[in-house]
Design a protein around this ligand. Structure first.
Ligand code: ADP
Ligand code: MG
Length: 445
């Protein structure tokens, strides 16, 4: 195939780019004097979606998947960046142009329980977008709804029923019919089966596959774990704290993940044969707040493959983990002195915000053999916290323990084949590759 000779243009349709996203950001709040505290729900992502493909989007709850999906269909305004749809940047559309474009891109929501208006009949719910866009005549609209009911596996007599008379799976069929009403090209499916029983999930997924085939649809399929998307997606993108960590063909992500975050997500999928699932990576700590993401790599505070600074490479894994957790506690303290609201809201693992710092040190380091070039800095930091100077303590720990991953954002590196990309400093030639590091860490636990 790839002979190095330019392929002629006429290969068209499948494989052609439908959506091209560049440096997309969606920040909530902030602006003016509160700029620094905006929620960076999506923080600079670039990727494309080919016409007719299903791109999976996975990541833990709160990482920005729904925000990205809503921004792609213009239910949210982008803060920065462009979304080019069939060559047109849709982030700048407004008025009639926006209204016309909206037909092309629709969304199916996670919870069929709450996303349908219970006071409208199923027929009215599906017809509503047609009415809103003044689609053809009233009779044609009615006929269209009846067709759609059949397409999604419901029956014509369901037209006059109400959502509460339906099961979860049937309600999700109604949601899908409504999304299809205006003949869109692109659908964002936001965890469309997460709220359904497993047996129903399979049926809805089959329906979505059949509809894609029948109507030439392009999907962004959002899921919180990697298990669901494997069969339906052509490619998968993995998100963490507003950032795309890895993107590639589905099988490459499963068989040959390069990003430490993807690897830990994959290791969390229950294995059919428990005796072979020994390489489970348990992520330490909690995800940082998207109001105050790490300066360097978003994943740096929890990464099992984090690059250590010179001078600390010899330190035991357990001690290094304790250092990272201690830094997390001190960081939280310094945040709290800035914000009393956050002080009430945030808790860190088992350490309540009000625990005494000495107790934290004992909890974390008490059972470990801590070298003096570590303990002296921990003691200095603990002392600063006790003096009421948590920000200075944080800075001291930063100066001592910061490595490449803390200091700068990684680049998105090509890895493997087929446009496989991963966001990690480990892919730079100066550092050891991810694999040996992660293997060392998982084999001794
Ligand atoms: P996911 O779908 O991956 O669970 P979301 O996109 O819903 O994540 O949320 C990403 C982050 O943005 C979360 O921290 C969430 O609290 C925040 N967020 C989402 N919507 C809003 C909003 N309208 N205003 C403020 N913050 C929001
Ligand atoms: Mg969501």
């Amino acid at each position: 195939m790839n002979s190095g000779i330019e392929q002629p243009e006429q290969t068209a349709q499948l494989g052609e780019t439908l959506i091209e996203v560049e440096n997309l950001k969606k920040h909530y709040g902030g602006g003016g004097m509160f700029e620094s505290s905006s929620v960076k729900a999506v923080d600079g992502v670039s990727f494309s979606i080919q016409r007719g493909e299903t791109l999976g989007l996975v990541g833990e709850s709160g990482c920005g998947k729904s925000t990205l999906g809503r921004t792609l269909v213009r239910l949210e305004e982008a803060t920065e960046g462009t979304i080019s749809f069939d060559g047109t940047d849709i982030t700048t559309l407004s008025g009639d142009e926006l209204k016309t474009w909206r037909r092309n891109a629709q969304m199916v929501f996670q919870d069929p329980e709450s996303s349908l208006n219970d006071r409208m009949t199923v027929g009215e719910i599906i017809r509503e977008p047609l009415d809103a866009h003044d689609w053809k005549t009233k009779t044609e609209r009615q006929e269209r709804v009846l067709d759609l009911l059949t397409s999604v596996g419901l029956r014509e007599e369901h037209y006059y029923r109400y959502p509460h008379q339906f099961s979860g799976g049937q309600r999700q069929r109604v949601g899908i019919a409504r999304a299809l009403a205006l003949e869109p090209e692109f659908l964002v499916l936001d965890e469309p089966v997460s709220a359904l029983d497993v047996s129903v999930q399979a049926k809805i997924i089959t329906l979505l596959e059949d509809l894609q085939e029948e109507f030439d649809l392009t999907y962004l399929f959002i899921a919180h774990d990697l298990a669901v998307v494997r069969h339906i997606c052509d490619r998968v993108a993995v998100m963490y704290l507003g950032k795309m960590m890895e993107i590639s063909d589905t099988e490459a992500v499963y068989a040959d993940a390069h990003n430490p975050y993807t690897r830990s997500l994959l290791s969390a999928i229950p294995h059919p044969d428990p005796s072979t699932s020994s390489h489970r990576i348990t992520l330490p700590g909690t995800p940082p707040s998207p109001r105050d993401p790490p300066t360097g790599c978003q994943f740096s505070t929890r990464c099992p493959a984090k690059i250590r600074p010179e001078g600390y490479k010899h330190v035991d894994e357990a001690v290094w983990d304790a250092i990272e957790r201690f830094r997390e506690v001190v960081r939280e303290r310094s945040r709290m002195s800035l914000s009393t609201v956050d002080r009430l809201k945030r808790q860190l693992g088992s350490f309540s915000a009000y625990d005494d710092i000495d107790e934290t040190v004992t909890d974390l380091f008490g059972d470990l053999d801590v070298p003096t070039d570590v303990s002296e800095h921990i003691e200095t930091a603990a002392g600063l916290v006790k003096e009421g100077r948590p920000a200075d303590a944080r800075d001291h720990l930063n100066d001592t323990f910061n490595g490449a991953c803390d200091l700068k954002r990684p680049d998105f590196h090509p890895v493997g084949e087929h446009n496989h990309m991963s966001y990690c400093h480990r892919h730079e030639s100066d550092y050891e590759d991810v694999t040996p590091v992660i293997t060392r860490r998982t084999s001794d636990s």
